[in-house]
Design a protein around this ligand. Structure first.
Ligand code: 5GP
Ligand code: ZN
Length: 113
């Protein structure tokens, strides 16, 4: 399958990993939008939020747990951070493999629009 993040999961494309387990991978965004900007993805290919099945719901919990651990690892747990999922055209989703952005290390403002 021609999916950039599946290639990152498989190691075909290198990434700067923050943490990994058998279900989830956290790696630095190639074009950081904040001092801390990592992406949290399931290793399973799911195209977007719209394609999350009931059987995938434990993976969403895994992603939240990985986000919590990554925030601690990256030293932004106390100062705070933002977890964002972009879905579809209006959400400006550009990579069609489910991912959550974890942003922090600065005051992010009230809204990202
Ligand atoms: P989206 O706009 O789909 O929510 O986010 C996709 C993100 O993937 C963007 O922030 C973009 O910078 C990041 N990205 C795109 N290509 C690569 C890549 O090859 N490696 C890494 N680490 N991040 C990428
Ligand atoms: Zn994929």
């Amino acid at each position: 399958m021609d999916c950039l993040f599946c290639k990152i999961v498989n190691g075909d494309i290198p990434s700067k990993k923050v943490l990994e387990n058998d279900r989830v991978l956290v790696f630095h965004d190639i074009q950081p939008a904040a001092p801390v900007h990592v992406l949290i993805i399931p290793k399973k290919h799911i195209s977007s939020m719209n394609e999350v099945l009931e059987e995938d719901l434990p993976l969403i919990a895994d992603i939240h747990q990985a986000a919590q651990q990554a925030a601690k690892e990256l030293g932004v747990d106390a100062s705070g951070y933002r977890l964002i999922n972009n879905c579809g055209r209006d959400g400006e989703q550009t990579v069609h493999h489910l991912h959550y952005h974890l942003l922090g290390g600065t005051r992010l403002g009230a809204l990202v629009a």
